[in-house]
Design a protein around this ligand. Structure first.
Ligand SMILES: O=P(O)(O)OC[C@H]1O[C@H](O[C@H]2O[C@H](CO)[C@@H](O)[C@H](O)[C@H]2O)[C@H](O)[C@@H](O)[C@@H]1O
Length: 266
C-alpha cells in the first residue's frame, strides 16, 4: 500500500463531530470484502441520473480488485441493476441494485416481487402524469421503486414528498425514503444492510470495507462495523463511519493505490 493511501492525515478537532480520521489502512485484498456505493462514491453527483460518467480507467480498477479479492467485491447501489450494467459492462462482480431489491451474484439475477403489484403499477402510471405538471421534476422508474428527483426544481421538494407520502398510505409494505435532492417510494424490507449481511454470510471470515456517501449507506456501515470491518464516509455530513474521504477523487485514489499495491505484492 502506498504512503498516500495508508497515511492517516491526522484527526480533526474534537469539537467537529462531522469529521473523522481519513482512510484506514486497507487490509490485504485476500482477506477483504469490498462494498462500494455508486452515486457520490464512484461517480460525481450530476444534474440528472442519466448524466453521470464513470471516469475512464475506473472500471478496469474494479475489474482488477475483483481479481485480487477473489470476487469479494460488490457494487451496492440505489440505482437499478440494468443501469449499473450499462455503465460498467465489463465489470464481472456482484451488483446489488435498487438498494438491495435487485442483485446479480455469480451471474444469477434476482428481483424483489413488489414491483409487479397492481398498486405499484397504478402508482407509477399516476406519477407519470403527475410529473408533467411539475417542470424540472423527474420521475425515475425502477423495477421495485419510484423516485422523484427535484434537483432541477428544489422548490418542489414538499410536493414530491407529499405525493409519495400519500401513495405510501395505500401501498402496504412501502415507505418513503429521502435521498440527495430526491425522494423514493420503496419496499420497507429492502436495505443495503440486509444486502451486505447476506453477502457476508457467503463471504465468511473476511474484513468488510464499506464506502458510501449517502444516508442509505449508513446501513452498510453498520453491517461492516458489526463484522469487524471499516466504514468510510465520502464527503460531508453526519455519519456513524469512523473514516472519511473528501470526495469521489479520494475514493478513486484509494482504490487505485490498493490495486497497485496488490499487484506489486502478488
Ligand atoms: O446508492 P447510490 O448508488 O448512491 O444511489 C443513490 C441514488 O443515486 C441516483 O440519484 C442521485 O444521483 C443523481 C446523479 O448524480 C442525482 O441527480 C440525484 O439528485 C441523486 O439523488 C439515482 O438516480 C437513484 O436511483 C439512486 O437511488
Amino acid at each position: 500500500m502506498s504512503a498516500q493511501t495508508t497515511k492517516r492525515r491526522g484527526t480533526i478537532p474534537d469539537n467537529d463531530m462531522t469529521r473523522g480520521p481519513e482512510a484506514p489502512e486497507m487490509p490485504n485484498p485476500d482477506n477483504a470484502a469490498l462494498f462500494l456505493d455508486f452515486d457520490g462514491t464512484l461517480v460525481e453527483i450530476a444534474e440528472r441520473p442519466d448524466a453521470v460518467r464513470l471516469e475512464p480507467g475506473m472500471e478496469d480498477v474494479l475489474i482488477g480488485l475483483h481479481a485480487h479479492t477473489n470476487g469479494r467485491i460488490a457494487i451496492v447501489s440505489g440505482r437499478n441493476l440494468v443501469e449499473l450494467e450499462r455503465i460498467m459492462p465489463n465489470y464481472p462482480g456482484v451488483i446489488v441494485g435498487s438498494h438491495g431489491a435487485e442483485s446479480r451474484i455469480d451471474g444469477a439475477y434476482t428481483t424483489a416481487p413488489e414491483g409487479e403489484t397492481t398498486a405499484f403499477i397504478a402508482s407509477r402510471d399516476m406519477l407519470r402524469a403527475w410529473v408533467e405538471h411539475y417542470e424540472g421534476v423527474l420521475l425515475e422508474e425502477k423495477p421495485v421503486s419510484l423516485v422523484l428527483h427535484y434537483r432541477q426544481a428544489p422548490d418542489r421538494q414538499s410536493d414530491c414528498e407529499g405525493i409519495l407520502s400519500a401513495l405510501s398510505q395505500v401501498m402496504p409494505g412501502f415507505v418513503v425514503r429521502p435521498s440527495k435532492m430526491a425522494v423514493e417510494l420503496m419496499p420497507e424490507n429492502v436495505s443495503k444492510e440486509r444486502a451486505v449481511l447476506g453477502l457476508l454470510e457467503e463471504w465468511r471470515d473476511l474484513i468488510p470495507v464499506a464506502i458510501g456517501d449517502d444516508r442509505t449507506d449508513e446501513d452498510m456501515f453498520g453491517a461492516a462495523d458489526a463484522n469487524g470491518g471499516y466504514a468510510i464516509k465520502v464527503g460531508e455530513g453526519d455519519t456513524a463511519a469512523k473514516y472519511r474521504l473528501s470526495g469521489v477523487g479520494e475514493v478513486h485514489a484509494l482504490l487505485r493505490n490498493w490495486l497497485e499495491t496488490s499487484e506489486r505484492s502478488s
